[in-house]
Design a protein around this ligand. Structure first.
Ligand SMILES: [Zn+2]
Length: 273
């Protein structure tokens, strides 16, 4: 059975052992997302400096692939607007982030990664930082449209108006709404279906059960963070396999699991598992 975690990080708590745990619990496929530049001791002065970030990440994905089937997602995290902005100002920060997205796009076009990650801050920022963040996100949508890839989206907590605004931004540059994957999504499957953005449901609490009762148009993630400073902050690497098995116990068929963990993933990323 294919069991996919759509959004995980490997940092420096369990490291690749986290994927061994995922595998031992029954997990088969994982999407590893790169972290903020400072996690790699990179303090970028231009977008080009993200090369080191992405290369380290692709290296990690290569190693991870020896454990389970792993795909790379290259992230220019929306919080970079604050991290970089404090150092170089928001204008320059946005410019660096856009260049980094171009670089991520080139690597996706070459087949080294399957998607980029962008979005806007999940915390309150001032009006100018917000405006620049939206410009960066729009740029990510343009690049995704050009190379026909998916964008994992990191945003503020789910609000219908916020999601509609983002969907309309995608329309503006001709990016299909279902190429945008809302990371850390609540199990509001019907709402997402109406808007067109694809939810990657965070598998905590009863979310998975709540989601499947509304249909199968979603994927699953833990956002496992692998940070020794925040050990209990998120879900562990075994969560998705465990939750999927719970669904089977509740009487949901393997065909439904296949739709969520395989078919949806293949369609979103344009890959074959
Ligand atoms: Zn994450």
């Amino acid at each position: 059975m294919i069991i996919t975690d759509n959004h995980m990080h490997i940092y420096k708590h369990l490291g690749l052992k986290a994927l061994e745990e995922f595998k031992s619990a029954g997990g088969t496929h994982v999407f590893l997302v790169s972290l903020l530049s400072h996690h790699y001791d990179v303090h970028p002065k231009s977008g080009h400096d993200f090369k080191k970030v992405f290369e380290s990440h692709l290296n990690l994905v290569k190693k991870a692939n020896k454990i389970v089937k792993t795909y790379a997602v290259l992230s220019v995290h929306p919080a970079e607007i604050t991290v970089l902005g404090q150092r170089v100002g928001y204008n320059k920060a946005a410019e660096i982030m856009k260049e980094a997205i171009d670089l991520a796009g080139e690597l996706v076009a070459k087949g080294e990664a399957v998607a980029i990650k962008s979005g806007r801050p999940h915390y309150k920022v001032d009006a100018f930082a917000w405006k620049m963040s939206k410009e960066v996100m729009l740029h990510a949508f343009k690049i995704a449209r050009e190379i026909n890839c998916a964008v994992q989206l990191h945003t503020e907590s789910f609000r219908l108006e916020g999601m509609i605004e983002i969907a309309e931004m995608a329309d503006k540059v001709g990016l299909k709404r279902d190429k945008i994957i809302k990371h850390f999504a609540p199990p509001k499957i019907r709402e997402f279906e109406e808007i067109g953005i694809f939810p990657s449901v965070i598998a905590g609490n009863d979310n998975v059960l709540t989601a499947i009762k509304q249909g199968t148009r979603f994927v699953l993630e833990t956002d496992y963070i692998d940070d020794p400073k925040r050990p209990g902050a998120v879900l562990g690497p075994k969560t998705i396999p465990k939750k999927v098995k719970e669904l089977l116990e509740h009487g949901f068929g393997e065909d439904l699991i296949y739709k969520i963990c395989a078919e949806n993933i293949e369609k979103i990323y344009g890959i074959e598992l």
